[in-house]
Each structure stands twice: as C-alpha cells, then as structure tokens.
Design a protein. Structure first.
Length: 147
C-alpha cells in the first residue's frame, strides 16, 4: 500500500505540474504585445522561448501518459513513477521559466499570474521527494534488482 500511495502521489504531482505549465502559455501574450514596431512573437528570441516551452509541455504530457498502464503496486512501478515525477517536473519548470521570460518584467507582477506559477512549480520540485532523493531511489531500486 505504501508503494501504491507514493506512486500515485508522484503521478499526481506530475499531472499538477503539467497543468501549471499549460496555464503558463505565453503565445497569446506575445501576439498582443509590440516591440520595435512588430509583435513580440515575431522576434527570434521570443519564438525560441515559446517553441521551447510548448515542446517541453508536449514532452511532459507524453511522459506522464506513460503511467496509464498502472503497475503502481510494485517496485518497478515505484521506480517508473519516481522517474516520471523527476522528468515531468523538470520539463514543466523549464516551460514555465521560458514563458516567464516571454513576459519580461511583466511576468513578475500579479496581473498575469506567472509569479504564482513559478512559485508553485518550484515547490513541486521538492514536495514528497526532492530530485536528489528520487535519483537515489531510482538507483537503489535498479541496484538491488527488486524489479
């Protein structure tokens, strides 16, 4: 039961991270703002940030969906859930940071909610197992061969 609880907890946190990252989408903001006589979405740096964020979100969703097969009651499932939490939260953190950079200084004011998304994703990184702990757990499960 403990393995199942931990696995489901980590899967849930990964799903929350994907939701936070999807909500941080900056494409609409970039289409509405102008700098240098053109929309900021036309600037190469902004294109890179938005494309990077969208790619990270898509990858995080695909990684999260790999947990659909279940298997939350074994050490193999525990290892997979730990790896998914570790990977998805890192991808989503990168996506939120890229979106925040698209907003520039406005990303840190409460009007757009980006500062809250950054705080939330940062807290999720260490909630119920820091990245260091998860990496050690994955290594130990693999080393012991308890799959």
């Amino acid at each position: 039961m403990v393995i199942r609880a931990l696995s489901l907890n980590w899967a849930g946190m990964a799903a929350i991270a994907v939701g936070i990252a999807k909500g941080a989408a900056a494409r609409k903001y970039a289409a509405e703002r102008y700098q240098g006589g053109k929309q900021i979405e036309e600037h190469p740096a902004i294109k890179m940030l938005i494309a990077g964020a969208e790619a990270a979100i898509a990858t995080a969703e695909a990684t999260l969906s790999s947990l659909q097969d279940g298997g939350f009651t074994s050490f193999k499932g525990l290892k997979k859930s730990a790896a998914v939490k570790l990977t998805v939260i890192e991808l989503c953190s990168r996506a939120v940071t890229d979106c925040l950079q698209t907003f520039g200084g406005y990303g840190y004011v409460e009007d757009f909610g980006m500062e809250k998304r950054l705080r939330d994703i940062t807290v999720l990184k260490s909630a119920s197992g820091s990245p260091t702990y998860l990496k050690q757990l994955i290594f130990d499960i693999e080393k012991e061969g308890v799959l």
